[in-house]
Design a binder for this molecule. Structure first.
Ligand code: B12
Ligand code: SF4
Ligand code: SF4
Length: 327
């Protein structure tokens, strides 16, 4: 089985980029450790827990020798809205997982032996951007996203680790950001400590998805009309302005509950949901991650930002999460 055949099959399955790298020490492990040490991971306790394994990509799956890295575009050309583009349709973990499983099956069938393999899409202690850069998929943008010169950065990363020795691609060594600072300047919460270092505790994506506690009072206004996730530091990037793609994976098209709604109407609809309604509206969606209480917290902040508090009192938001954390 050779590397070119595997990459051709990955493209054939619908991935937009494919590259191969050997496993070993993660080059940016020290940057990751410093980031954890500084407290920038906030409440994401799964990150420090996996720190030791993240140092070396041989540790999570010791049988493996090579990593096949893939990217799947999620349509950055779609208009901005209250939900980040990546989260409007079906859960990318499931979509990518199925595609990586098909790739693994194909490798198995065509290798003349059973090939041990394990897929990762945000699902294990792997520094995915680190591996993807080493496999030649792009460079670390100053907004920390991996940027590709033909695709921009609106793509997911997935990795299939296999027990095959495969020819490696050249790492992406160039820094194509140059003197640009558009992403750093555009961030509404000034969440970048320096280029390529994000204080996640200030990032709207973290505040509206990962954080379980209230959104700090001093950051609420900056959340603006964003109910779930944030794309601002990608929208302003010249590589996306030029190369962002139309949405082509039907599974990522906005689901009925979200499609065509502005921030006010989506926020009101979320605040009106009960548990059964939430389950029905968000079955198979990545937005389930915030739970109904988190979505209601976000919706309330957005409605206050829109300046019409009359929308709010009709609903009961859990006081534990709507209360300010400011003293
Ligand atoms: C935790 C996490 C978050 C956190 C923290 C993000 C962050 N920048 O650290 C939060 C919740 C904020 C988040 C937000 C988003 N995320 Co996220 N997230 C992750 C996750 C699970 C781990 C990332 C991590 O380890 N962060 C810690 C920091 C230190 O690592 P890093 O950001 O990857 O940075 C690397 C490099 O920048 C480099 N580095 C760090 N410092 C320095 C300094 C120098 C000088 C240099 C050269 C390099 C360097 O080393 C780091 C480690 O390899 C990954 C999946 C995974 N397992 O990797 C997805 C992942 C990074 N997220 C992803 C996405 C899509 C998003 C959002 C766009 C979603 C949205 N629209 O709301 C935003 C983007 C926000 C942003 N500007 O990063 C994609 C990114 C795809 C891409 N093209 O890069 C990933 C890879 C998931 C996936 N499988 O597709 N995310
Ligand atoms: S995702 Fe939004 S809040 Fe987070 S760093 Fe980018 S612009 Fe700032
Ligand atoms: S906006 Fe500019 S600095 Fe930021 S990632 Fe894009 S090219 Fe790099």
């Amino acid at each position: 089985m050779n590397a070119e055949m595997i990459k051709a099959q990955a493209y054939g399955l619908g991935f937009d980029l494919a590259g191969i790298t050997a496993l070993g020490p993660a080059e940016s492990a020290d940057a990751f450790d410093r980031w954890i040490e500084a407290g920038y991971a906030g409440e994401m306790s799964y990150l420090p827990r996996g720190a030791e394994k993240r140092r070396d990509t041989r540790r999570p799956f010791p049988a493996a020798a090579s990593a096949i890295l893939v990217a799947l575009d999620y349509g950055g050309r779609q208009p901005a809205g209250p939900v980040a583009r990546y989260a409007r349709g079906d859960d990318y973990h499931d979509v990518m997982w199925r595609m990586l499983s098909s790739l693994h099956d194909w490798i198995d069938e065509n290798s003349g032996r059973a090939v041990a393999g394990k897929s990762y899409v945000d699902t294990g202690p792997i520094l995915e951007r680190d591996l993807a850069r080493r496999a030649g998929l792009g460079w670390f943008g100053k907004n920390t996203n991996l940027v590709n010169p033909r695709l921009g950065s609106f793509f997911f990363i997935g990795a299939l680790l296999v027990d095959l020795e495969l020819e490696q691609d050249a790492p992406f060594e160039a820094d194509r950001c140059g003197s640009c600072t558009r992403c750093l300047d555009a961030c509404p919460t000034q969440a970048f400590v320096e280029p390529r270092v994000l204080d996640a505790t200030k990032c709207i994506s973290y505040l509206t998805i990962e954080a379980k506690s209230a959104i700090p009072m001093e950051l609420r206004e900056s959340v603006g009309e964003l109910i779930y996730g944030c794309d601002i530091c990608q929208e302003v990037c010249p590589w996306n302005v030029r190369f962002a793609q139309e949405l082509k994976v039907p599974a990522f098209a906005p689901r009925g509950f979200i499609a065509g709604k502005d921030a006010r109407s989506l926020a009101n609809d979320i605040l009106a949901l009960d548990d059964a309604g939430f389950r029905a509206a968000f079955r198979g969606s990545p937005m389930k991650r915030a739970k109904l209480a988190g979505l209601k917290r976000n919706a309330e902040v957005v409605l206050r930002n829109l300046g019409n508090e009359n929308d709010i009192p009709t609903v009961h938001v859990d006081p534990a999460i709507s209360r300010s954390t400011c003293t």
